[in-house]
Write a protein that binds this ligand. Structure first.
Ligand SMILES: [Zn+2]
Length: 63
């Protein structure tokens, strides 16, 4: 999970710096990330919780 957070998938719209998935600001010029990038980060954080929840529901429905 921590390695996922270190992925530099976004480029800063201000200076072109490769930004990490985590954090709300560019590491170089401190421009605020576009909102959708923060949303993707939050979805990535939540996805294990969602998977566990879905698996739990499936297991409960089979019992
Ligand atoms: Zn920047």
């Amino acid at each position: 999970m921590s390695s996922l957070m270190q992925l530099r998938v976004f480029q800063c719209h201000e200076c072109g710096h490769k930004m990490r998935l985590s954090g709300d600001h560019c590491g170089r010029c401190h421009a605020i990330k576009p909102a959708y990038q923060g949303l993707i980060y939050r979805l990535a954080l939540l996805s294990p919780v969602l998977v566990i929840g879905v698996v739990g529901i499936v297991v409960l429905s089979l019992v």
